[in-house]
Design a protein around this ligand. Structure first.
Ligand SMILES: [Zn+2]
Ligand SMILES: [Zn+2]
Length: 105
């Protein structure tokens, strides 16, 4: 379960999907901001600026699943699906929510 942290988000759009960037530039919670700054210093990660690559929700979803960033797309009804998948692993339930089909191992 990922806690949604409040903060100021980047207002740019992702190049791949044209959706709003979800990168948080500055957290409201000072303690969290300190931790983020410290981690960035250790890893040497560059600051997220307008020249950075912008990541939208679909990019983040792909990164979490180790897929190429352009693996996901959104259809005209706002439903997220995997592009070029042999068979769709998502289906819409009766409420129009997206559900992932469990992979068989
Ligand atoms: Zn951004
Ligand atoms: Zn994106």
């Amino acid at each position: 379960m990922i806690k949604r942290l409040r903060g100021r988000k980047c207002h740019h759009k992702c190049d791949i999907h044209g959706e709003p960037c979800t990168v948080v530039l500055r957290y409201k919670d000072k303690k969290i901001q300190k931790t983020v700054d410290a981690l960035r210093a250790i890893s040497g990660a560059p600051l997220h600026t307008e020249d950075s690559d912008h990541y939208c929700e679909l990019c983040a979803l792909a990164m979490r699943q180790n897929r190429p960033l352009n693996a996901f797309a959104r259809n005209s009804r706002g439903v997220v699906y995997i592009k070029n998948a042999g068979k769709s692993r998502f289906f819409e339930n009766d409420e129009g929510e997206l559900e992932m089909i469990e992979e068989e191992e």
